[in-house]
Design a binder for this molecule. Structure first.
Ligand code: NAP
Length: 194
């Protein structure tokens, strides 16, 4: 069977200070269109984002794209998904594409950039729909109590932790974590033995 490029989710999530590591990961990712934490508060997070999204195709919603980036991220294909965009993948600036549906965004990314892994860049509904298709999740878990209005959950029993590096900066504890999928995306396709 043809090997499809992996899909990778990447996000920073705030967990409660008394969060028990290894338990359900569910918490805030944003407030008022912005991230909860600046890179100066969580050193290394931005570098990690660049490392894992660089050279790949990143998919995000218009709120995330317009709120965080304004212009296409360099060294990667940027696909922004909105129901008001065209149904075909449309290049509107170098390395910046529009499309109107999340499933079509994944299909189009595989068709147009077949060698590249697809990075799921948020926000909330984009993670909700595409995390269940991800092979890896690159997660920064910050232990704090800021108010949030956008959230993410890693579905229970779908991923296992394969790496955790603990950090602390100015009293703020945060971990760089990698999760790997442990259940097939589509059991019918992956269990035919071919
Ligand atoms: N912590 C992190 O790592 C992280 C990462 C990313 C974002 N964020 C935060 O999240 C917030 C922004 O995210 P958001 O959820 O508000 O907005 P968003 O990124 O714009 O995502 C939601 C939009 O995506 C489009 N969309 C969703 N599902 C779709 C589908 N099935 N088909 C077509 N389009 C679809 C819709 O756009 P239309 O309404 O135009 O159709 C929807 O309004 C900000 O606070 C940002 O800082 C945090």
């Amino acid at each position: 069977m043809e090997k499809l490029p992996d899909i990778i989710g990447i996000f920073l999530v705030q967990l409660k200070k008394d969060h028990k590591k290894g338990s359900l990961v569910t918490g805030g990712i944003g407030i008022d269109g912005k991230l909860l934490y600046r890179d100066s508060e969580v050193p290394g997070d931005l570098a990690r984002f660049k490392k894992y999204s660089g050279g790949r195709t990143i998919v995000f919603g218009p709120g995330t794209y317009n709120g965080l980036f304004i212009k296409p991220l360099p060294h990667r294909n940027n696909i922004v998904v909105s129901r008001s965009y065209p149904s075909e993948l449309t290049e509107i600036a170098p390395k910046l594409y529009h499309i109107n549906d999340l499933d079509n965004a994944v299909l189009a990314a595989r068709e147009h950039f077949p060698e590249q892994e697809i990075v799921v860049g948020g926000g909330e509904p984009v993670y909700k729909k595409l995390i269940p298709q991800c092979k890896y999740l690159i997660v920064t878990e910050v232990y704090g109590d800021k108010e949030a209005d956008r959230f993410v959950t890693i579905p229970k029993g779908m991923f296992k932790e394969i790496e955790r590096i603990e950090h602390e900066h100015n009293g703020l504890k945060y971990d760089f974590v990698i999760y790997e999928r442990i259940v097939p995306v589509n059991p019918e396709l992956e269990s035919d033995g071919s």
